[in-house]
Design a protein around this ligand. Structure first.
Ligand SMILES: [Zn+2]
Length: 129
């Protein structure tokens, strides 16, 4: 059952909304917190910011064994976004052997899967050309 979590995270996924600590500037994504994970100020105040649109690959894995409905291999990366915040995303427009730590990528909004006639859209990242 994928619809409720996707709908719940709609603003975070489609608008790339994140939360910046007003005390230390740490950017939290995707969830809004009561205590800043960096400066530990509690309760901390956060302002809403928009992530990206670019970032750098901090680390990655290549998933080779996936359920049949997925095309594999799929590169998955943790990306440090410009302006702060980290996201976990599939990497598109890139062969697994082309991935590098530090590679510059940009957000790429597209369909990620089709399930029971529903087209599920979210973000991926792709190399900056
Ligand atoms: Zn903080």
């Amino acid at each position: 059952m994928t619809t409720p979590p996707l709908w719940r995270d709609f603003k975070q996924n489609n608008r790339m909304e994140a939360y910046k600590c007003k005390n230390c500037g740490y950017v939290s994504y995707p969830e809004k917190r009561k205590v800043c994970p960096k400066c530990k100020k509690a309760p901390s105040e956060f302002e809403t910011v928009t992530l990206g649109p670019r970032g750098k690959i901090l680390t990655y894995v290549v998933a080779h064994t996936l359920p049949a409905e997925f095309e594999s291999p799929i590169p998955l990366a943790i990306v440090e976004m410009e302006g702060g915040g980290r996201i976990y995303a599939m990497v598109s427009n890139c062969k697994p052997e082309e991935l590098k730590i530090g590679m510059e990528v940009e957000l790429d909004y597209r369909e990620i899967l089709e399930e029971d006639g529903y087209h599920v859209q979210s973000f991926k990242v792709k190399p900056v050309k």
